[in-house]
Design a protein around this ligand. Sequence first.
Ligand SMILES: Cc1cc2nc3c(=O)[nH]c(=O)nc-3n(C[C@H](O)[C@H](O)[C@H](O)COP(=O)(O)O)c2cc1C
Length: 144
Amino acid sequence: MGLQSLLYISESTIEPCNAQGEVERILATAHTFNASVGVTGALVFTGTHFAQVVEGEETVVSELIASIGRDERHTKLEIVIQDPLTARRFPDWSMAYNGPSQFVSRHVMRLLNDPSRSESSRAASWLAELLEQFSGFNGGAHKR
Ligand SMILES: Cc1cc2nc3c(=O)[nH]c(=O)nc-3n(C[C@H](O)[C@H](O)[C@H](O)COP(=O)(O)O)c2cc1C
């Protein structure tokens, strides 16, 4: 069994006034559970959309994504990248989080609105890289 990396985007269904509390709850769950099963990754919330990288053992990642997919705090979950992984991009993070970012938001939107496949995959690897860079900027609450 190998490591797998998965990037998805989804549309938030959270009322804006509840957003901060809900995202904190998601991160608290993620922090505890992910650390217990060896999952690492990064989450971005744009205010309207989520983008998340999840990395770990293939079976663990599939099960987690299935459970995340059933979560009613978002909808229209779309897997953008699903790749075997030789080395983790976020080895130190049970779930890195940097809050709303206009910059990342633009890339999530570009990905959502782009019908061309080659463009999309370029935007997708951009996004994965951006998330990786953000996880390096802040120390903090969700380090493993
Ligand atoms: C955008 C988003 C990201 C999430 N990320 C994680 C995560 O990384 N790890 C985790 O354990 N739960 C995460 N959750 C929470 C799960 O969807 C779910 O609430 C949790 O796994 C418990 O599921 P269960 O009650 O069906 O067992 C996330 C939820 C949302 C909406």
